[in-house]
Design a protein around this ligand. Structure first.
Ligand SMILES: Cc1cc2nc3c(=O)[nH]c(=O)nc-3n(C[C@H](O)[C@H](O)[C@H](O)COP(=O)(O)O)c2cc1C
Length: 290
C-alpha cells in the first residue's frame, strides 16, 4: 500500500502555519483590546518597538515599522554612548567583552509589561545583537512576550542573533525576524512591507515565494553574478562552490554556498544575492549566513 506521507512529514511548514495562525490571533486579540479601551482616555497599546541604534540604520527601520503600524517606540540609550567611529567602537567592545562587561543603559520608560508584542531592534555586532541589547535583557523581564527581532548589518547576523535570543529568553516567544544590510536601506520600504504582510502584522497580499531547490554546479555567469555582488565588500565572503536560484517578479535570487578556498571541502557560509530585472541592475548580496 502506498500512502502520501508528504503532508505529515512537512512538520517545518506546519509549524510555520501554526505560528502564522497564532500571530493572526494575537493581532486580532490586540485589535479587540484596543476596541475594549476605546472609551478610555488612553487606549492601551499592545505593540512596542524597542530598539538600539548607534549610527542610525536600525533607527530608520524602527521608524519605518512605526509608520506601518499602531505602536509605541522607545530607543535604548547607553549611559556612556558608543560615540566613536567604527574602529573605536570595535576596540571598546572588544575590551568590554574581554572583561565580561555590558554597557549600562538608561532606565526604560515604557511599561514593557503592558505590551503583548515587542519589536526588538539592534545592529549586529560580532555576529549577534549589539551589547546594549544584552543590557536590556539583563534589566527587563520579557517572560511570555512575543518578540519580533529586527536588525541591520554589514553582511548578516539575523539568524545567529535570533538563536542567541532564544537561548537568553527561553520563556519568550521569539518570532521570525527582519534583517537588512545597511548598504541596501534603499529597499527598506518594500522589504519591510513584504515582511510585515507575510507574517501577518499588516494586512495585504504578498507574492507567493518558492523554496530554493538543491544546490547545482556553478556556470560562468553564476560566478560573474557572485563576483559582481561580493568582490567590493571589505571582508572576504569566500569562494562560491554551488548555487541554487529562485525567480520572483523582481528578479532572480541566488543562494551560493562558499568555501574558504577552492581546495577547501567544508562550507564557509551561505551568501544570498539578488539580481533585479531592472535596466543596468547590478547583483548585490542581501545577506550572509555563517
Ligand atoms: C562593534 C561593531 C561590530 C559589528 N559587527 C558586525 C558583524 O559581526 N556583522 C555584520 O554584518 N556587521 C557588523 N557591524 C556593522 C553593523 O551591524 C552595521 O553597521 C549596522 O547597520 C549599524 O547599525 P546602526 O546604524 O543602527 O548602529 C558591526 C559594527 C560595529 C560597530
Amino acid at each position: 500500500m502506498c500512502y502520501d506521507l508528504k503532508p505529515y512529514i512537512n512538520i517545518h511548514r506546519m509549524k510555520k502555519i501554526f505560528v502564522s495562525i497564532l500571530t493572526c490571533l494575537l493581532m486580532v486579540a490586540c485589535g479587540s483590546k484596543e476596541k475594549e479601551n476605546a472609551n478610555n482616555d488612553k487606549p492601551q497599546k499592545t505593540v512596542l518597538i524597542l530598539f538600539y541604534s548607534q549610527t542610525g540604520a536600525t533607527a530608520s527601520v524602527a521608524n519605518q515599522i512605526k509608520s506601518c503600524m499602531d505602536a509605541d517606540v522607545e530607543e535604548i540609550i547607553c549611559e556612556n554612548p558608543y560615540a566613536g567611529n567604527f574602529e573605536e567602537t570595535i576596540e571598546r567592545c572588544k575590551k568590554e567583552r574581554e572583561k565580561g562587561e555590558i554597557p549600562a543603559i538608561k532606565p526604560i520608560k515604557s511599561k514593557v509589561q503592558e505590551y503583548d508584542i515587542i519589536f526588538l531592534g539592534y545592529p549586529i555586532w560580532f555576529g549577534t545583537y549589539a551589547s546594549p541589547i544584552a543590557s536590556l535583557l539583563d534589566k527587563v523581564n520579557l517572560t511570555g512576550k512575543m518578540i519580533v527581532p529586527f536588525c541591520t548589518f554589514g553582511s548578516g547576523g539575523l539568524e545567529s542573533s535570533i538563536e542567541d535570543l532564544k537561548t537568553q529568553l527561553p520563556n519568550s516567544i521569539i518570532m521570525d525576524g527582519f534583517g537588512i544590510r545597511n548598504a541596501r536601506l534603499k529597499y527598506l520600504t518594500e522589504e519591510l512591507d513584504d515582511f510585515l504582510k507575510r507574517n501577518g502584522y499588516m494586512q495585504g497580499k504578498v507574492e507567493e515565494q518558492t523554496d530554493f531547490k538543491v544546490q547545482d554546479e556553478l556556470s560562468e555567469s553564476d560566478k560573474e553574478v557572485f563576483h559582481q555582488a561580493c568582490d567590493n565588500y571589505p571582508f572576504p565572503l569566500g569562494t562560491p562552490s554551488s548555487v541554487s536560484k529562485r525567480y520572483t517578479s523582481k528578479g532572480t535570487e541566488f543562494r551560493f554556498i562558499t568555501r574558504n578556498s577552492p581546495d577547501d571541502v567544508s562550507a564557509k557560509s551561505t551568501v544570498y544575492v539578488e539580481l533585479r530585472n531592472e535596466k543596468d541592475a547590478k547583483a548585490e548580496f542581501t545577506k550572509v549566513v555563517r
